[in-house]
Design a protein around this ligand. Sequence first.
Ligand code: NAD
Length: 468
Amino acid sequence: MQTITTHYDGTFVKSHGSEVMDIIKPTNRKVIARVTMADEQDRKRAIAAAKSAFITFGRSTREEGTEILLRRHQAVSARVDKLTAATVEEYGGVVQFAGIIVQTGVSAFLAAEQALRELPLNRNWGNSTVTREPVGVAGLITAWNANTLFFCLKLASAVAAGCTVVIKPSELSSLQTQVLVEALHEANLPKDLLNVVTGRGNLGGAALVRNPDVDKISFTGSVDVGKLIMRDGAETVKRMTLELGGKSPTIVLGDAVLGQAIPLIMAFMNSGQACAAGTRLLLPRSKLDAVQRAILDAMPAFPAGDPADPKTAVGPMVSQAQYDRVQSYVRKGIEEGAEVLAGGEGHPKGLEEGYFVKPTVFVNVKDDMTTAKEEIFGPVLSVITYASEDEAVEIANDSEYGLQAAVLGTDLQRARRIASPIRSGRVVINKMTDDPQAPWRGFKYSGVGREYGRNGIEAFLETRAILE
Ligand code: NAD
């Protein structure tokens, strides 16, 4: 069994904290590791280290920043396989998607390096000069569903801006974090730019948010915790980037090619534990029968099972709490009158040992049902019909969330027209795609601020004017 008893502040140091947390493998509920959580003393040391390192690093040049990003990229690139394996083992991420998440995280250093090279930092006119300055010490808090991606993305943007960081990764991602930090340590960079303290959110995360020496918080997680962080950070007027939940709509237009599996890929990606998962499928009423048949035909291609098997599409939920959460939403969907087209309550047959749930599709969903409104964070798709394109847009926007939306249709002009009034941070048309330079994250309760590329770096900058 693996044990982790250190945290990281430029070197691996034995944690002063004494609370030990079990890491449980989601496929069989066995304890696979024990992790010592950082305590207040560990956190104070890490924050002090970041604060002291900022005095020099905060004055670093663009060239020094790009050099660090390239070295970090090189260091983590060498560990892609190990990181993917740790994600499958600890989180139960299906191997193909886990590989994509890890690769996207690793590439974030290169994407930030490119964005930094192109980012205008100074402007002059008359006797005025405007400069962009690093905000200071950044506290980075990650969620468990793509820990490597959030860790690398936030770190890369913060470094590009000239910030030093203290990272509080998800406590459910300790093994992945260990692989990552070991890799980053080998980049042999100036000490204390990177500090990592494990810990439970209400202690470790909250302490970072409240600490006056932390200037900025970049958080990925749930809306409820995002609200707490906003409140806790108010006392020290923290700068904030909050990446929160989603209930993303996929609008199928009348001319979309039926039978394509894209709606299911979008709903079940990362076993449905994805903020961007397209969990509301919006269909023209006239297409319901045909789409139901297409979904039933496509379902065998989305089996639940061993996440290490490349044929598996849906792995276990990350924890007992997450398993219970998904079950309660499936039950509620049935109680409120939605009809189960596929899946339903309980474990899939033969997978009773772990936190496996059945990939589930509800039809006859009304827009005001809980299953259409709340983020489930599991493989549950709600099919809602619309009578007109205007109504499709209305339903798509009738959500607290506004993270991502998708429009599927053959006529591209029409698809773009429908995409235009959708109130979400990203709209993808006809495919699940990504662009590391395009801003990402949400409108409304889906968050505050943007990550990726230039926007991601700007989130860690202050603007200063010098007038002569
Ligand atoms: P969570 O909010 O429970 O925890 C996220 C992180 O915050 C963890 O590291 C946790 O330890 C920490 N935390 C918990 N309480 C805290 C507190 N009081 N103060 C400071 N930190 C605290 O979320 P989760 O369960 O890890 O992740 C799932 C959620 O994340 C979902 O709602 C999902 O939509 C969201 N998410 C959003 C995005 C996005 O980009 N918008 C991406 C992935 C996940």
